[in-house]
Write a protein that binds this ligand. Sequence first.
Ligand SMILES: [Zn+2]
Ligand SMILES: [Zn+2]
Length: 332
Amino acid sequence: MRTWVVDYPAPVDDGPLRRIDRDEPQPGPGQVRVRVTCCGVCRTDLHLAEGDLPPKRPSVAPGHEVVGRVDALGEGTRRFALGERVGVPWLGHTDGTCRFCRRGAENLCVDPLFTGWDRDGGYADACLADEGYVYRLPDELDDEHASPLLCAGIIGYRALRCAGVPPGGRLGIYGFGGSAHITAQIALHEGLRVHALTRGAGNQDLARQLGVDSVAGAADTPPEPLDGAILFAPAGELVPVAMRALDRGGTLAVAGIWLSDIPSLHYEAELFEERRLRSVTANTRANGEEFLSLARRFGIRPTTVAYPMADAPRALADLAHGRFSGAAVLHN
Ligand SMILES: [Zn+2]
Ligand SMILES: [Zn+2]
């Protein structure tokens, strides 16, 4: 089968992705094989390709927003039938026994496996997944529009919960890309006031189309103090900016897996009055199921840009250079 792999991380314009042929993977016990129809392009794929995230092993296939059909079943599987449509997300496996798994925080598992980092992901004709970590997807969405839900959607949803905005409260969203534009839809449906703070005319237009309450530049001051904020842009310099925009007791949740260095904080202006700064690390399967059920109920629909699988390097480069708004999706 054909698959894109990362051998040596490098700047995206130097071509860190290489397309190779390798044998079809065979599902082990408890695993399903998924024939990939679509795979979303996540910023984490870019961090992997460029080396911001250290490679876990050589020649790993990126991609963890995988939509496809189950086409082989490993021993002991029972959740899915052959031909069923499923989604393979970032969280690929946890040990189920560590102190975090035992207390319901499997997102912090000390021995996890992630799709497209530890395990081969969906920039390929097929990939494997543990059936217990695979999702069913809303029937209302086709494969292209379902795929961004699997990471951009789920992680954004966890970040929204981590930001702890009370009912009817005020949410700031810093950076308005693939994850933010889905999270904003959830927040608006839940009745929050949403302020988008982002660069790029395309991203700002997308925020306006979705009906957010205000749109401004990333470093601008929102029109009202924020009860909570989510930083989606991988830009540490925005942390003090967002912390200053919080009201007393507000929380800034950093959604990304990678962030450039954070400048020093001014205690009184940027942290005192019980403002909180926290990161968001992966997600639990419960977060995923909750999000997908809300996405179904609210009719969440990502804005997507389609690329043929053969153009994965171009899709990643376009993401790096901000050449599209919404979420890129590769098609087999
Ligand atoms: Zn664990
Ligand atoms: Zn992702």
